[in-house]
Design a protein around this ligand. Structure first.
Ligand code: F6P
Length: 343
């Protein structure tokens, strides 16, 4: 690995046909915007960022925070000189249409996990780039048509995860030089780990297959998986994805029975599609429980889908529990070999 490799030098090497050049320009612009967003986040209240509600709701009904609005402005400005046909942003009701002949369209979430801002926790920017075909409605193809995707994690370090469809690389921001430098090349999701992430407060709303999987994990070494698990929930998709790319495990935001959550919480175009592309490119998997996320076609700009992503074997197990409920071993953890009611 060439550790001195900078993202800008790598992107320069991508210039070729118009589509590749447009992808390189878009990734470069998002990276430049993320340096600015990272600085704002790092300064927090000192830069007037409070994490407080801005007073409006975004297209999907989430309360907009001041940084959501600022991050959107920074990204739109950065993309000004990029040839795009359409933009789909979490912060914008409708698609923004550009040059119909441009070679690409871009979907992005300028600030994912913004409810974490005032608690000084990790947030991120997610993006997905698809080819544009003049005359064809943008974003009407399945996620497998993506030609680039990635996300920036604003954590203790600011890092950019990138796939151009040929593996996954991670760059970390050198804050002094304001340059992203390659730190991991050809990232692979570790196959066998014992971490799972889910918002367990929704347990009573889940479908049975999700309960079955979590029960198996809770049963630990006494249960069918004969192994103790560790649970994580950061409430920030980018942070969970970064952890999975580093340590493996599985993340679930499933559909549940709460009003409005019939397709889960995460949005297809700028959350589940790009995450699924990154996971698959890193040798992991991403599923709704019933189908591969990259096979989904979004029916509307802000359509949601369930997302189960991470180590391939765990995603496969959860899919099996959905398609073949008899695969579940329904041993409630409280009654397991060394459970509360057995000694
Ligand atoms: O899309 C928004 C998001 O903040 C994700 O980053 C995160 O995974 C999820 O919502 C958290 O949702 P909840 O608050 O329901 O746990």
């Amino acid at each position: 690995m060439d550790q001195g490799q900078t993202l800008s030098r790598f992107l320069e090497s991508q210039a070729g046909d118009p589509q590749r050049a447009a992808v390189a320009a878009a990734v470069g612009a998002i990276a430049a915007a993320s340096v600015e967003i990272s600085e704002l986040i790092g300064q927090g209240a000192l830069a007037g960022i409070t994490g407080k509600a801005h007073g409006a709701e975004n297209a999907d009904g989430d309360v907009q925070k001041d940084l959501d609005v600022k991050a959107e402005e920074i990204i739109v400005k950065a993309l000004k000189n990029v040839p795009w046909a359409a933009l789909a942003s979490e912060e914008s009701d409708k698609l923004v249409m550009g040059d119909p002949q441009a070679p690409i369209a871009i979907a992005y979430d300028p600030l994912d996990g913004s409810s974490n801002i005032d608690t000084n926790m990790t947030v991120g920017t997610i993006f997905s780039i698809i080819p544009n075909q003049p005359g064809v409605k943008p974003f009407s193809a399945p996620g497998s048509c993506q030609i680039a995707a990635g996300f920036v994690v604003y954590g203790p370090q600011t890092s950019l995860v990138l796939t151009l469809g040929n593996g996954v690389d991670i760059y970390t921001l050198d804050r002094k030089a304001k340059e992203y430098r390659l730190i991991r090349e050809g990232v692979k999701v570790p196959a066998d780990t014992a971490e799972y992430a889910i918002n367990a407060s929704n347990h009573r709303h889940w479908e049975q297959p999700v309960r079955d999987f979590v029960d198996e994990c809770l049963a630990g070494s006494d249960g069918p998986r004969a192994k103790d698990f560790n649970m994580r929930w950061i409430g920030s998709l980018v942070a969970e994805a970064y952890r999975i790319l580093t340590r493996g495990g599985v993340f679930l935001y499933p559909a549940d029975s709460r009003p409005g959550y019939g397709e889960g919480r995460l949005r297809v175009l700028y959350e589940t599609h790009p995450m699924a592309f990154v996971m698959e490119q890193a040798g992991g998997a991403a599923s709704t429980g019933r189908e591969r996320v990259l096979d989904l076609v979004a029916k509307s700009t802000h359509q949601r889908s369930p997302l189960i992503m991470g180590s391939r074997e765990k995603v496969a197990r959860i899919e099996l529990l959905h398609t073949d409920p008899s695969a579940a071993s329904r041993t409630a953890p409280l009654f397991a070999r060394r459970g509360l009611f057995r000694v």
